[in-house]
Design a protein around this ligand. Structure first.
Ligand SMILES: Nc1nc2c(ncn2[C@@H]2O[C@H](COP(=O)(O)OP(=O)(O)O)[C@@H](O)[C@H]2O)c(=O)[nH]1
Ligand SMILES: [Mg+2]
Length: 358
């Protein structure tokens, strides 16, 4: 295995912000060695204040850090200043999300949508970059020394037109792929939910002791999809990128196409972190349902997995919390702990029952 990329994560001090940013970094495959927090990380020169920036510089030097992950949107100048100070690459929140999408793109169509979003990201930053290049601070950066911003924009626009045409051709290919998949006779169960709800932990718990059936047969499968078998019933289990809070508008198409397979899933396990404050759980439940609806997933195919039940104290039991959620089809709901294994076997039974009753 290649050496993991060692990172410092800069985020807000709130527990939820830290947990989310850490999960995003994990999902992108980075190893978070240190978390640095500050109340305001949108400051002018380095994103963080000068003192904090120097602290990060120190940590980078002492901890053999390869990359700084900055859990906010950075202007190119800020990114440049921090990178120059610390002598390592700085990735901002949007770049990080784009990298996650890129690593999880399941179809050519989503790869193209992601490419479009990446171009947008670059386009927003082009003007600033040109300015930097002109000041001679980043010679050869993007080859922009010679180029004018307008030329660059035009170039990107042309690129976008070509990609959109490709996209239309992709539609047809995707149909064929789906037909092939259903010919294998396997239905897909997908795991959805917000970042850090515990999707990957659940995926591992569910695939852990089940035998991987004929993986070599499914050349289209990725590390995030496994063919598994529970009591002689075979199906595909798929871990998704999930929902990301504060997703910028220009990334929505890329996000949706990355998750478009959900529409063809026989069952969607919607993972909710039941240990969050109840209003937060409710808010995430509501917006998850809204997104699933937009992705054309019928409510009847949604199963609510209330995860991290091990963290919910006796005093405020799971049931009481469930009552407050006011869920549609609340009988399709199970409290589990992906970490401790609590109720995982029961969940498997329910999944099989659901698949077989179709
Ligand atoms: N206490 C507890 N922690 C959990 C449970 N499931 C996941 N976690 C933790 O929650 C964090 C996010 O989990 P992860 O599976 O990466 O979430 P994802 O972003 O939805 O894939 C990790 O630190 C996990 O160890 C659980 O059932 N109980
Ligand atoms: Mg995950």
């Amino acid at each position: 295995m290649p050496r993991q990329i060692r990172t410092i994560l800069v985020t807000y001090p709130e527990h939820n912000a830290i947990a989310e940013a850490k999960s995003l970094a994990d999902t992108a495959g980075y190893s978070v060695e240190k978390i640095v927090t500050q109340k305001n990380i949108t400051g002018s020169r380095y994103g963080v204040g000068r003192g904090k920036a120097l602290e990060i510089q120190d940590l980078v030097n002492n901890m053999n850090i390869d990359v700084i992950i900055f859990d906010e949107v950075l202007k190119p100048t800020q990114q440049y200043n921090l990178s120059k100070l610390c002598k390592v690459e700085t990735i901002d929140r949007e770049r990080l999300i784009l990298r996650i999408f890129e690593s999880r793109a399941s179809s050519n169509e989503s790869r193209i949508q992601i490419r479009l979003a990446q171009l947008r990201y670059d386009m927003f930053r082009a003007r600033d970059k040109v300015r930097l290049a002109k000041k001679g601070e980043q010679p050869g950066f993007f080859g922009m020394g010679k180029y004018d911003a307008d030329v660059f924009f035009l170039d990107i626009k042309r690129h976008v037109t070509i990609l959109k045409r490709k996209l239309e051709r992709e539609e047809r290919r995707r149909m064929l792929y789906r037909i092939q998949r259903s010919k294998l006779g396997l239905q897909t169960i997908s795991i959805a939910g917000y970042t850090s709800a515990g999707k990957t932990t659940l995926f591992n718990a569910l695939t852990g002791e089940s035998k991987d059936v004929g993986r070599e047969l499914f050349t289209t499968l990725t590390t995030y999809t496994r063919a598994i078998s529970v009591r002689d019933t075979k199906f595909l289990l798929s871990d998704t990128v999930g929902f990301i809070s504060k997703l910028p508008a220009y990334m929505i198409d890329a996000f949706k196409s990355t998750l478009s397979e959900l529409k063809y899933s026989a069952l969607v396990l919607l993972v909710l972190d039941i240990s969050d404050p109840i209003l937060e759980v409710k808010r995430r439940y509501d917006s998850s349902i809204r997104v699933l609806n937009e992705l054309a997933v019928p409510v009847g195919k949604i199963f609510y997995v209330l995860n991290k039940a091990d963290l919910v104290g006796e005093s405020e039991g799971v049931k009481e919390r469930v009552d407050k959620l006011d869920m549609i089809n609340r009988e399709n709901c199970i409290a589990v702990s992906a970490k401790s294994g609590l109720n995982i076997l029961n969940l498997k039974e329910l999944m099989v029952k659901f698949i077989c009753s179709r």
